[in-house]
Write a protein that binds this ligand. Structure first.
Ligand code: MRU
Length: 333
């Protein structure tokens, strides 16, 4: 099943907060519920929230005519666009679908949203192939050990994924020794979701705690680090899940290639550098507890950046659906 789909005024999505224990499907027919689902990460991952946002504009256009009920339509658009600030795919999709909705109403908006979904799906397959070719070239290995963080699989896109699509392609080619996913505190997207997807694809893997990643790289436990991206600035600086920067530092120290895998829609040429990327802080609750169970004294405050920024100079290459850009070697986007 695709991570999310749309039919007859309803967005259907798997509730990623419940995985892997339960496979719960949500049927969402209004913008408020969609915004809540995006904020609590029932749907998450840059391309997936981009597609969800695109469908959200269809819901908005069905509820409020984009031309006759502009105040309500515009308020719904803003609520969707601002549901999460770091992943550019959300703003990208909204900004693509809104003018189409104003021009041709909900039906035209739906056609544009379906186009975005189809583009993301095709991009996943293209990134998988290009990325796997590059991994083979850089590692000169037919038995690759690939470290990765967060969840970048079909759940984070529409199907297949970004960095995890590369790992899946290596597995299908018979050149994956093992995947090494970080569990990815505080919300455990690696421990809950990437493991679930790796199991489903039958790929060998061993899960590690986040703090083991840099150390294991220093001990030669992985041949490559593969991450996704939430926003790639014009200079190649890359925002991705918190912990990516630590892996980049360690990969550089160990001389291990560090690859960013993301569709072209994640590149934001309007953002000059990583310093200009807004990093979402999700508040103390997720840090002071684990899935509702407190792990720190009541009232504990916390700093909870959901993402960090890896400088372009530390990235061996950015792999998109169209090209490979060796930013660490000075190539530009
Ligand atoms: O907070 P999340 O789970 O939405 O964060 C997701 C990530 O950081 C992914 O690595 C990124 O969106 C790329 S996934 C295709």
């Amino acid at each position: 099943m695709p991570t999310l789909s749309y039919a007859d005024g309803v967005i259907t999505m798997i509730d990623q907060t419940q995985l892997p224990q339960e496979e719960v499907w949500l049927n969402i027919d209004n913008v408020d519920d969609l915004v809540a689902a995006i904020k609590r990460l029932s749907v998450r991952g840059a391309p997936a929230i981009g597609v969800a946002g695109a469908y959200g504009i269809v819901l908005a256009a069905l509820a409020h005519s984009p031309n006759d009920d502009t105040a309500k339509f515009d308020a719904a658009v803003s609520a969707i666009r601002e549901a999460r600030p770091t992943a550019v795919n959300l703003a990208y999709s909204v900004d693509r679908v809104v003018p189409v909705a104003r021009e041709g109403g909900a039906d035209a908006a739906l056609a544009e949203a379906e186009l975005i979904r189809d583009e993301e799906l095709a991009a996943s397959f293209a990134m998988g192939e290009l990325g796997a070719d590059l991994v083979t070239e850089l590692t000169e290995s037919s038995s690759v050990r690939a470290m990765t963080i967060c969840n970048t699989g079909g759940l984070a896109t529409v199907e297949r994924g970004t960095a995890l699509a590369v790992i899946q392609t290596l597995h299908e080619r018979g050149t994956l020794n093992e995947a090494i996913p970080l569990e990815t505190r505080p919300l455990l997207q690696g421990g809950r979701l990437t493991t679930w997807e790796l199991q489903q694809m039958g790929a060998p893997f061993r899960l590690i705690v986040d703090s083991a990643g840099p150390f294991l790289l220093s001990r030669g436990a992985a041949d490559v680090v593969l991450i996704g991206a939430d926003r790639i600035a014009a200079n190649g600086d890359t925002a991705n899940k918190i912990g990516s920067f630590s892996l980049a530092l360690a990969a550089q120290h160990a001389g291990v290639p560090f690859l960013v895998v993301a569709p072209e829609s994640t590149i934001d040429m309007n953002t000059p550098s990583g310093d200009d990327i807004e990093i979402e802080d999700r508040g103390p609750t997720e840090v002071a507890g684990l899935r509702g169970v407190p792990s720190a004294p009541d009232g504990t405050d916390a700093i909870n950046p959901a993402f960090d920024v890896t400088p372009a100079s530390m990235i061996t290459a950015i792999v998109t659906d169209k090209r490979i850009v060796r930013v660490g070697a000075g190539e530009t986007l």
